[in-house]
Design a binder for this molecule. Structure first.
Ligand code: NDP
Length: 439
């Protein structure tokens, strides 16, 4: 920690994984002989670059660009790009580290990577977004490729940004190939990719609840976030007869006790790109808590009573106090759509209460899994029907749940899916690294 004091999120993520691995290392000491821990925490490659672009006033703006190619033991690097002002080298490193084990859990041939920029897309015109993306790709293109590193979207990077990035890649290389996922449906995208992370987090919850003899039907659900993952979590919850009553963005939280108006939410966030406060104009009966009124020790969304919680915004958005209130209010299941949304102390409370808790690297793996399905369609020049993609997604989420649950049982803590996910994901990567020699 002393050599990289700013990488607190990366240390949080590695600490969680390494603590879970203790019982595995006791049983299989040969991992030590191969220095697997020392190798796995070190990215194979980290690229940092300047992104200069012209704003609408003709001024030169400068941002930092990152791509961390963390681990390629199981396949080409795969992981999203995040554009958000909070992004640092440590953020990208933590996300890349988590991505290794998540990708391993999908059972698909993909290694772990992540990238992004401290660029803030908020308030930028379409042309500014395009110029930024073109400049970002002007450096990134030389480091990626359909068989080496295939980026996707994440916070602040959706279909629009992937389009601009893809257009610039094509212009620079002269190649039309599956180098990015999350593409538009008419130019190489996969049906079901946009929905996959949210739907997958709900399928994961379904599997956790089924193991306890419960279903989502009739359950009141708390969802945080109002982006890609949150929107499609809410959509699938409605399809399964649940009632999602909240969503949130960086400025505040909506509580709509009769159920979130999904069409309105999509319009505000996917089309108009405005703050959630605008939700009240059409649903005056809903409640809005602005971020400056949140409790000092947590987030307003988790102080509302609900049966199942889906954190779908960002890291560390669910604190220890939030976890305590959720438990007191009778929450039965937490399925993480976001990456590392619960703090370490919050996770400890969920595990101590023996709740059905699905950590992000397992519960939100549906997005990257469907990205790999997009890569498979691109390389075979096919486009599969939605039903086929969705069926595969459901099977992959059920399989991830099974692996986590069985591994947790194997190590004597049957309800601990954090332990199960970390050991099951790590084992696959570590074994592949050993078989591939000292690299
Ligand atoms: P989006 O950019 O589409 O949406 C993010 C949402 O979270 C927005 O509502 C945003 O608010 C809110 N948010 C972002 N940062 C903060 C912050 N610092 N504080 C409070 N609210 C914040 O991103 P996604 O939905 O794609 O991603 C959400 C989470 O899911 C992330 O953790 C991401 O890593 C994870 N994830 C995403 C996958 C995908 O396929 N997209 C795959 C797997 C995981 P506002 O609208 O105000 O910006």
């Amino acid at each position: 920690a002393k050599s990289s004091p700013a990488q607190t999120e990366f240390y949080q993520a590695t600490e969680e994984v390494l603590e879970c691995l203790r019982p595995l290392f006791e049983r299989t000491p040969h991992y030590h002989q191969h220095s697997i821990i020392e190798r796995i925490v070190e990215p194979e490659r980290q690229i940092m670059f300047r992104v200069s672009w012209l704003d609408d006033a003709g001024r030169v703006q400068v941002n930092k660009g990152y791509r961390v190619q963390f681990n390629s033991a199981l396949g080409p690097y795969k992981g999203g790009l995040r554009f958000h002002p909070s992004v640092t080298a440590g953020t990208i490193k933590f996300l890349g580290f988590e991505q290794i084990f998540k990708n391993a859990l999908t059972g698909l041939p993909i290694g772990g990577g992540k990238g992004g920029s401290d660029f803030d897309p908020k308030g930028k015109s379409d042309n500014e977004i395009m110029r930024f993306c073109q400049s970002f790709m002007t450096e990134l293109y030389r480091h990626i490729g359909p068989n080496s590193d295939v980026p996707a979207g994440d916070i602040g990077v959706g279909a629009r940004e992937i389009g601009y990035l893809f257009g610039q890649y094509k212009r620079l290389t002269g190649r039309y190939e599956g180098v990015l996922t999350g593409k538009g449906l008419s130019w190489g995208g996969s049906l079901g990719r946009k929905e996959a992370t949210g739907y997958g987090a709900v399928y994961f919850a379904q599997n956790m609840l089924a193991a306890r003899g419960e279903t989502l039907e009739g359950k009141t659900c708390l969802v945080s976030g109002a982006g890609n993952v949150a929107i499609y979590t809410i959509e699938k919850l409605y399809e399964l007869g649940a009632r999602p009553i909240t969503c949130s963005d960086s400025r505040g939280t909506i509580h709509d006790p009769s159920g979130i108006d999904l069409e309105l939410l999509k319009r505000l966030k996917e089309v108009e790109r405005v703050s959630l406060e605008a939700y009240l104009r059409e649903r005056p009966e809903a409640l809005y808590v602005p971020a400056h009124d949140y409790p000092s020790d947590g987030h307003a969304v988790w102080r509302i009573q609900g049966d199942v919680a889906f954190p779908c915004a960002t890291q560390n958005e669910l604190t220890e106090c939030d976890a305590k209130v959720l438990i007191e209010n009778g929450v039965r299941c937490i399925s993480e759509g976001a990456n590392m949304p619960s703090t370490k102390a919050a996770v400890e409370h969920f595990l101590a209460a023996k709740l059905a808790y699905g950590p992000g690297k397992a519960a939100n793996a549906g997005g990257v899994a469907t990205s790999q399905l997009e890569m498979a369609q691109n390389s075979s020049m096919e486009q599969w029907p939605l039903a086929k993609v969705d069926k595969k997604l459901q099977r992959i989420m059920a399989d991830i749940y099974r692996q986590c649950a069985e591994t947790a049982k194997e190590f004597g803590e049957p309800e601990n899916l954090v332990l199960g996910a970390n050991i099951a994901g790590f084992r696959k990567v570590a074994d592949a690294m050993i078989e591939q020699g000292v690299t």
